[in-house]
Design a protein around this ligand. Structure first.
Ligand SMILES: *Cc1c(COP(=O)(O)O)cnc(C)c1O
Length: 355
């Protein structure tokens, strides 16, 4: 059985051994204030920075989900309002989550084949604390290329920080962390690990803001988490098993540059194939906005259903559409933990049954 579901997704096969080792090495009962845990946290932070090319002066936080990151960013880094530029369900949920806490927050939607014009953002003003974008919108299978993020970063109002949801791209493609203040992802997507842990990365500028605002009224307030992370500790008993799996898997995986190349090559082949060879069409027609890590296909609802049903009969689990696109699209995760053999089987399936 292979799963192409874009989260929770196929985990790395090594996870089986890591789980056994975690049990045998006593991690499941390890005290989170002890030297053994602190040492593992220190190494995990270092592995993340090395393997994902995160600048050394950025600070790493561990939370439980991307959704928790939305919440924490509104609580701890948004005294007034945030501005949200989005084209799909996850970006919109982030906006709604922020607006529930900071009603002055503003959203601006763009089309899935559209490269947003960073010169024309009417809702973005000097009162904005946080500019929020989704680097890889899992629901529409689109991405914002480096150039768009760079343009936006260069045009930020003086006070604003740039926050980037990279949930379905971090650890799959190379991100230019230096061109953003806050980046986060949960591990059940491109990290190829079980859910229950997220990684949030803050620039020195964002850390300075955390310290100045010093918001401490929630259990997961960033000022408290920052204080603890200075000593590689957490405010509460953390997901030690999740952290251990992350540590092992980062250690054994190649650097992001290698993974990135492989993911992009595979995406290119898949788009080439689906552009021509099947009854389905890529959901996104603009090659500039197509995601590398999530391939969306569109067709009439009956065909979508039949494809997913017949694939499943051959032990291939294809992701459904999401949100508004649920009935008329399907999504194929192109995450690094899914082996090439799985994609060969998938393409054969389409060639035989839906060409
Ligand atoms: C999956 C996903 C989320 C939500 O992640 P959780 O870990 O379930 O909170 C948020 N944003 C994007 C882009 C996602 O793909």
């Amino acid at each position: 059985m292979y799963t192409f579901n874009p989260g929770p997704s196929q985990v790395y096969p090594q996870v089986r051994q890591y789980l056994q080792d975690a049990f045998d090495e006593g991690w499941l009962s390890a005290p989170h204030r002890g030297e053994k845990f602190v040492q593992m946290m220190r190494l995990t932070v270092q592995e993340l920075k090395t393997k994902l090319n995160i600048p050394q002066d950025y600070t790493i936080f561990f939370l439980s989900s991307a959704t928790e990151c939305w919440q924490v960013l509104a609580q701890s880094l948004t005294p007034t309002k945030s501005f949200h530029l989005y084209n799909g369900a996850f970006g919109q949920k982030w906006y709604e989550n922020a607006r529930a806490l900071r009603p002055a927050s503003v959203g601006q939607k763009f089309g899935i084949d559209e490269v947003p014009d960073t010169d024309r953002l009417p809702g973005l003003d000097e009162q904005t604390d946080l500019v929020c974008i989704t680097q890889n919108e899992t629901s529409t299978a689109t991405q914002l290329r480096d150039g768009v993020i760079l343009n936006l970063y260069n045009r930020l109002p003086a006070k604003a920080l740039l926050a980037v949801d990279a949930t379905s791209s971090m650890a799959g493609v190379q991100l230019k962390f230096i061109k953003g203040d806050i980046w986060y992802a949960s591990v059940q997507k491109c990290f190829g690990l079980p859910a229950g842990l997220s990684v949030m990365v803050l620039s020195p500028r964002a850390i300075e803001r955390v310290r100045r605002l010093n918001e401490r009224s929630h259990y997961n307030s960033l000022a408290d988490q920052y204080e603890k992370m200075l000593n590689f500790q957490t405010t509460h008993t953390p997901n030690v098993l999740g952290l251990y799996l992350l540590n092992r898997s980062l250690h054994d995986n190649p650097p992001i540059k290698t993974i990135h190349q492989h993911v992009v090559e595979r995406a290119t082949k898949l788009y080439d194939y689906f552009d021509q060879a099947t009854q389905l069409r890529p959901l996104v027609s603009n090659p500039e906005t197509r995601s590398y890590t999530v391939i969306g296909l569109q067709a009439a609802p009956a065909l979508i259903e039949e494809v997913r049903r017949r694939a499943l009969a051959q032990d291939l689990f294809i992701g459904s559409g999401y949100g508004e696109l649920k009935a008329t699209s399907l999504r194929i995760a192109n995450f690094p933990a899914i082996p090439d053999a799985a994609f060969e089987q998938l393409v054969q399936f389409f060639a035989k049954e839906f060409s």
